[in-house]
Design a protein around this ligand. Structure first.
Ligand code: MG
Length: 260
């Protein structure tokens, strides 16, 4: 299903997006060497509940996962890139952490992901990989103008990722979002310009370029959820929820400082 949101729903989407962004930034600020992934999950649960919002993840039970997700946030460390299920693991200096969060507020969902380095260490390859996903996300957002097609977004994202030297996986990518977290259209992280669904005002999309340093292949962790790089290499992921407006894309998941 492809959903076109009316202005009232888009306003609520803005509130959901702001909440997701603020929770992610708060979690980033609290996370350091010695933080346990289960602590991050508990903080996320507290903030979602305090805000009167609902987790899109805790009861989520798609065909590719094993049973309900059972947690409030995805936490991927180093080689874990998608659907990272929080577990009893303490973070160390230089770990590359991805947090991916989706919540629903007022009946509208918003979804965002950030990758960052824990502690003081700044391994250059990891810094560059995170930056590449951020540049790809910015390029995808810039391509998301009314009248353009989903293939234009995919092409913009894929061009940046490939030019940065990363293989591109096409199994998992961006998606429509609105009353539910995952909707059509699917937005692969590479594609042909001029193809796909035509963008129009009121469409909400989650764009999410992600990469693995030296492979396009994933393996599923023993937990049945967490997807890791097949080679054990590091990974990174950047995601925003956007709304197509008459003027272009509006980013709904910008942190407070960037919004004002
Ligand atoms: Mg998403």
């Amino acid at each position: 299903m492809i959903e076109i949101l009316n202005s009232a729903k888009l306003a609520r989407a803005g509130e959901a997006g702001a909440l997701v962004a603020d929770i992610l930034q708060t979690l980033r600020g609290r996370t350091g060497v010695g933080t346990n992934l289960l602590e991050i999950d508990r903080w996320a649960e507290e903030m979602i509940t305090e805000a009167g919002a609902q987790s899109c993840y805790v009861d989520y039970e798609p065909s590719f996962g094993r049973g309900p997700f059972g947690h409030y946030i995805c936490t991927g460390v180093n080689d874990a890139v998608l659907h990272g299920r929080p577990r009893d693991r303490t973070l160390a200096d230089g770990d590359l952490l991805t947090l991916d969060l989706a919540v629903s507020k007022g009946g509208v969902a918003a979804d965002s992901a950030i990758s960052f380095l824990v502690g003081e260490a700044r391994p250059p390859e990891s810094v560059e990989m995170i930056a590449a996903t951020e540049r790809a996300l910015a390029a995808g957002i810039a391509a998301a103008v009314p009248g353009a097609r989903t293939g234009d977004i995919s092409h913009a994202i894929g061009t940046v990722l490939r030019e940065a030297g990363y293989p591109v996986n096409t199994e998992f990518g961006g998606h429509g979002i609105g009353s539910t977290m995952h909707q059509d259209p699917h937005i692969a992280n590479t594609g042909r310009p001029g193809r796909g669904y035509k963008l129009r005002p009121g469409l909400m999309l989650a764009l999410e370029p992600w990469v693995m340093a030296d492979t396009a292949d994933l393996v599923t962790d023993a937990d049945g959820w967490t997807l890791r790089s097949a080679t054990g290499c590091r990974t990174a992921h950047s995601e925003h929820t956007i709304a197509i407006t008459g003027d272009g894309a509006r980013i709904l998941t910008l942190p407070g400082a960037a919004r004002s």
